[in-house]
Ligand binder design. Sequence first.
Ligand SMILES: *[C@@H]1O[C@H](CO)[C@@H](O)[C@H](O)[C@H]1NC(C)=O
Ligand SMILES: *[C@@H]1O[C@H](CO)[C@@H](O)[C@H](O)[C@H]1NC(C)=O
Ligand SMILES: *[C@@H]1O[C@H](CO)[C@@H](O)[C@H](O)[C@H]1NC(C)=O
Length: 402
Amino acid sequence: MACIASALKALCLSLLFVAIASRPTNKPEVFNVLRFGAKPDGKTDSINVFTNIWKSACASKGGSSKIYVPKGTFYLGGAVEFVGPCTNQIEFVIDGTLLAPSNPGDIEKGTWINFMYINNLLISGAGTLDGQGKESWPLNDCRKNPNCKLAKTMGFSFVNNSRINGITSLNSKMGHFDFFAVHHFNITGVTIKAPGDSPNTDGLKFGSCSNIHISDTHIGTGDDCIAILSGVTDMDISNVKCGPGHGISVGSLGKGKDEKDVNGLTVRDTVFNGTSDGIRIKTWESSASQIVVSNFVYENIHMINVGNPINIDQKYCPYPPCEKKGESHVQIQDLKLKNIYGTSKNKVAVKLKCSKSFPCKNVELVDIDLEGVKDGPSTAVCENVHGSAHGKMVPQQCLNGP
Ligand SMILES: *[C@@H]1O[C@H](CO)[C@@H](O)[C@H](O)[C@H]1NC(C)=O
Ligand SMILES: *[C@@H]1O[C@H](CO)[C@@H](O)[C@H](O)[C@H]1NC(C)=O
Ligand SMILES: *[C@@H]1O[C@H](CO)[C@@H](O)[C@H](O)[C@H]1NC(C)=O
């Protein structure tokens, strides 16, 4: 009997162990930054604490780790890198504020907080990333200096199947969120803010990414709300508010030699308020790469007092002198613009300036209603653009044939 009882006990115990061992898939192992010595005083540098926590959370086994940043201000006085691959899935919950150094020289890398080579990362919380960009904006000389360098607030490279939900990013030095070689990534409920005159403070910037969803996000900065560069495919944007800023921009494209196609962009139910541009595609006029920009749908877009609501510019040249070596080699095709309405600050509300060598093909305009706010009725400008128009057309369409 005693033998059977102890055998049962052993069985029970081992069952209990199995239960405990498998528990973390429901309940993550929590790494609270306070418990590891971070000080919520806005002064003590927490870089080492955060780096060590990441190492433990990343190497931990059992399913998932949760790094927790509670309320309070945590100073990260230089570049921090969170590098995978990790054995655990990581949840990074930020309820407090992460504060960047105000001296731009203190961040010796291109990115302040950088995530690399990770699968299954979730960043969430009600907290804030404060980039403290004010001191660096006057130092921005990127117009003249191609090697100009100020840090982006948060970067993701080679990160898959991940998301950001919540959190606010304030006053980046030079760009808020940067994505490179990121696949299957969702961004929801994010707020991004910097003054309308702060230079190069892009909200969300993407290169070589695929399957990206952005929704319920509010972006107001001094540069593009969303910038979409070479090699981005399958991106879905909905319920975004953009302004101030330069709109949702594809490009600039075509300048570099090894650029890739941009294919499959949907922008729906989005408001541009007081931006310089709304829907924008820009390609350099003498482009080195021959690529295709295709399958874009813009639908239900509200423009409020927008400088250039619809602006395709294949003669992009932001600052002279421009090399006028020829026409853009970027082919733009299969573009649908449907139910785009509101007000245009400039008289030209619709600008479709396509390449002479590669005219825009299959551009479909449906229900465009963009009024001028001054200088009388709005107008459209077309160059080398082919397609069709249906429904309401204010300004009158000017396509160069089917
Ligand atoms: C992410 O996905 C890409 C493309 O599918 C793949 O090449 C890469 O190895 C993946 N990276 C990670 C960290 O899983
Ligand atoms: C992103 O959102 C889409 C659409 O809601 C969903 O199908 C997909 O599974 C999500 N991906 C991630 C990585 O959360
Ligand atoms: C547009 O921006 C102005 C100025 O910031 C603001 O007063 C107004 O409420 C905004 N409109 C919408 C619809 O968001």
